[in-house]
Design a binder for this molecule. Structure first.
Ligand code: BES
Ligand code: ZN
Length: 634
């Protein structure tokens, strides 16, 4: 079952690269980039880095908010290995023309369309080191979500944001869309003058007068981290290196909510070395953003559903910040290695939280995470997808999104806590610091990490950890560290008391945080009567909770117990929020009964136009939507 990725390059081609290295002033730059022998086979990209690969991108784009298109030119510096062509990934793009640096047209063809898009093959002579592609996005440009004014907080201006991970950057930029490719980029973006433009790059804090913005990303990043947002956006400062962008109605609230951000950056640096991206800012997007957060470098994209008013959900910021090391600095080489991004980040996130908020907090996070893992392992097994419970995935032929489950996050986390327990925190931290330092701005495969781990941290003769079972086999190995939380023990007592008939108002809940409420709601027994659901709701106000995690967990209980009194609020939540992590379990739970399916489809019909393609792709499947609407849409 062990997938060892084939190296595309041989020693011979590496020599060829040296021979081709152009004029001296470029030599430094070329020496600094990933060498072709670093590229491993990525089944989710049509690009062929053994023929030619990009090292730098200059975007010159214009954003048409009413026409809902981005158009312009992408120019690339390339390393040309003299094979006569370069291959880009595209999907849903109109390619207008391809030229070399002298303006000479280059012959190009688009290959057949698959779920990966259409490869763009460009013929290049051995002298070509730079080329440009004029293009336009289209209706199938799934990275883009265009929001009408009605779908924003301010209700006055349209909004646009992009989501690149995993394989969506190719839907708004022709690119070699593999996480094993690394590029620097600049962008010149023209937008309507009343809107502000930000990117995963250097940003201004004030609006330009004419809607023109310039960006630089001087660190080499994988293409899935290129990101853009356009809207009625304002900036507020938080700390020396930190700040927040959001719509005017939310920006002050967001700045207050994220007041610990600077301390998080300091804590992260103390743990695993210098922050290498100059600034750490966050943009809070409209509620249709399909994720909790996305670690776009220099500018995390975040859902407004973490703004609870009391800072209780900001562990998500610690998570996205941690990706500045695990993911953005050391990057999974392919989506089969996704756990290297997320498992490390979950571990790192909890260490940051422990430093900033204390051990109780980190313990509660760990227990909540383990509960999610247990549920996911069970669900995947039930669905006959046990193979996806391996850390090292095999996603060939499938959308990599399918592999993006709690396994990578929480089994990955459990594995790293096992390593920490086995070697001691001090040694393990030094190992991780060395790992980030050694492989900074490089990509990493599971195999390479395991070799490094054995070489640097573990006694190679020691087989007691059962490393291969952790990485290459299904399920959770028996030596997984036990997670426990002191504070949750008190919640468990409350659950037992309430279950035995004690009225809700007599429970000792006064000092509970959002995590304790989540644990309480998850731990409630099955088959609660309508009367007792109403008692809970009346006492604790769950249906009207302004905390999205509490509301979500409560709605799950409502569906399970057929507590339909909460359904209007549930419907409103589903229509307003596009965060897939909330949508999938709620729609799935509704869809499990005949009547619930009807309710779900009615809500979805209204909600679907508010969702990003990432979310509709999943929920369409849950509700059999495509099948249902096929005769209409065809
Ligand atoms: N990088 C992920 C989001 C992602 C994963 C986007 C896979 C596309 C494909 C991000 O860092 C993330 O993990 N977000 C989580 C929050 C986190 C606290 C677990 C989310 O969005 O819920
Ligand atoms: Zn993450």
């Amino acid at each position: 079952m062990i997938q060892v990725k084939m190296k595309l390059m041989t020693a011979g081609t590496a020599v060829l690269l040296t021979a081709c290295t152009p004029e001296p002033e470029r030599a430094d730059k070329a020496a600094d980039v990933q060498t072709p022998s670093d590229h491993v086979l990525d089944t989710h990209s049509a690009s062929t880095p053994d023929e030619a690969y990009i090292t730098h991108l200059d975007l010159d784009l214009s954003v048409d908010m009413s026409g809902r298109t981005i158009s312009g030119k992408a120019s690339y510096d390339i390393v040309n290995l003299g094979r006569g062509r370069i291959v880009f990934d595209t999907r849903g793009l109109s390619i207008l023309e391809v030229k070399d640096a002298h303006g000479k047209l280059l012959k190009h063809t688009l290959g057949d369309s698959t779920f990966l898009g259409r490869p763009l093959m460009v013929e290049i002579g051995p002298e070509v080191e730079r080329l440009s592609i004029a293009y336009r996005t289209g209706a199938e440009s799934d990275a883009l979500q265009w929001l009408s004014p009605q779908q924003t907080g301010g209700k006055e201006h349209p909004f646009l944001f992009t989501q690149g991970q995993a394989i969506l950057t190719r839907t708004w930029i022709p690119i070699q869309d593999s996480p094993g490719i690394r590029i620097t980029y600049t962008a010149h973006v023209q937008a309507p003058s009343e809107l502000m433009v930000v990117m995963s790059a250097t940003n201004t804090t004030t609006r330009s007068a004419n809607g023109e913005y310039n960006f630089r990303m001087e660190q080499r990043i994988p293409p899935y981290l290129i990101a853009l947002a356009v809207g009625d956006i304002e900036y507020r400062n938080i700390g020396a290196r930190t700040g927040v962008y959001a719509e005017p109605n939310l920006v002050d609230k967001a700045a207050k909510e994220f007041e610990d951000m600077e301390r998080m950056v300091v804590a992260a640096e103390e743990l695993y070395g210098p922050y290498r991206w100059e600034r750490y800012d966050v943009i809070v997007l409209p509620p249709s953003f399909p994720f909790g957060g996305m670690e776009n470098p220099m500018l995390t994209f975040a859902t407004p559903t973490i703004i609870a008013g009391d800072g209780s959900l900001t562990a998500l910021i610690a998570h996205e910040l941690a990706h500045s090391w695990s993911g953005n600095l050391v990057t999974n080489a392919t989506w089969d290695d996704f756990w290297l991004n997320e498992g490390f980040t979950v571990y790192f996130e909890k260490r940051i939280c422990e430093k900033v908020y204390g051990k109780d907090y980190a313990e509660m996070l760990a227990v909540l995470g383990r509960q999610e893992l247990t549920r996911t392992l069970h669900d995947l097994k039930e669905a006959g997808q046990d193979a996806d419970t391996r850390l090292k995935l095999d996603l060939a032929g499938r959308n990599p999104d399918d592999g993006m489950t709690d396994v990578a996050y929480e089994k990955g986390y459990a594995f790293l806590t096992l390593l920490e327990a086995a070697t001691g925190r001090e040694k393990f931290d030094a190992f991780l610091r060395g790992y980030f330092e050694t492989f900074a701005f490089k990509s990493m495969t599971t195999e390479k990490f395991m070799a490094y781990l054995k070489q640097e941290l573990l006694d190679p003769a020691d087989v007691t950890l059962d490393l291969d079972a952790w990485v290459y086999q299904t399920g959770l190995p028996a030596n997984a560290p036990v997670v426990a939380s002191r504070r949750f023990a008190l919640v468990d007592t409350a659950i037992v008391r309430w279950s035995s008939g004690v009225p809700a108002k007599e429970l000792a809940t006064a000092d509970w945080t959002a995590f304790e409420w989540m644990h309480f709601l998850r731990g409630l027994p099955a088959g609660i009567t309508t009367q007792r659901m109403a008692e809970l709701d009346k006492t604790f106000g769950f249906t009207a909770s302004g905390n999205s995690e509490i509301a979500f967990t409560w709605f799950e209980r409502c569906i399970a117990n057929h507590y339909e009194h909460a359904y209007p609020a549930l419907a409103e939540f589903l229509i307003h929020v596009g965060r897939r992590k909330f949508l999938t379990p709620l729609y799935t739970a509704l869809a499990s009964t005949e009547n619930g399916m009807l309710v779900a489809r009615t809500i979805y019909k209204q909600a679907r136009p508010n969702y990003h393609s990432v979310s509709t792709r999943t929920i369409d499947e849950v509700l059999g939507w495509q099948k249902m609407t096929e005769p209409v849409t065809m």
